[in-house]
Design a protein. Structure first.
Length: 128
């Protein structure tokens, strides 16, 4: 039987500053002792030109993962879920402790347009 997922979410909309490589950083905290069997990272972003954006995740141990780097062209919404197998660190994450601080950074790397991170969430299926 698969355990119920642990879900943490930040649904507070935050403006992404224009042409700022530091962008915004939002934090979610997962409980200690949760061993990852499966994982999903979801974002909901609106922006006049999604191709201006870089989206990165920093794991509790400090490892950064690029989720999206200036792709998407003129699309106006990025509603995306990345699953464990989509991430370049999937082999290292499976079986590791999910507990700790997870950070999402969204940066607008081109001037002219302003967007918003509407929400993001982490879902972990695991033991613990």
């Amino acid at each position: 039987m698969t355990p119920e997922p642990v879900v943490v979410e930040d649904a507070q909309a935050v403006e992404i500053p224009d042409n700022d490589p530091n962008g915004i950083v939002r934090t979610l905290i997962l409980p200690e002792g949760l061993i990852i069997q499966d994982l999903a990272i979801s974002v909901d972003i609106t922006h006049p030109w999604i191709g201006d954006l870089r989206v990165a995740l920093t794991l509790p141990g400090g490892t950064p993962i690029s989720l999206q780097d200036r792709t998407g062209g003129g699309a106006k919404k990025l509603v995306q879920t990345w699953h464990l197998q989509d991430l370049p660190t999937d082999k290292r994450l499976r079986g590791s402790n999910a507990g700790g601080t997870w950070q999402l950074q969204v940066a607008d790397l081109v001037g002219k347009d302003v967007g918003k991170l509407n929400r993001w969430k982490i879902e972990v299926v695991g033991n613990g």
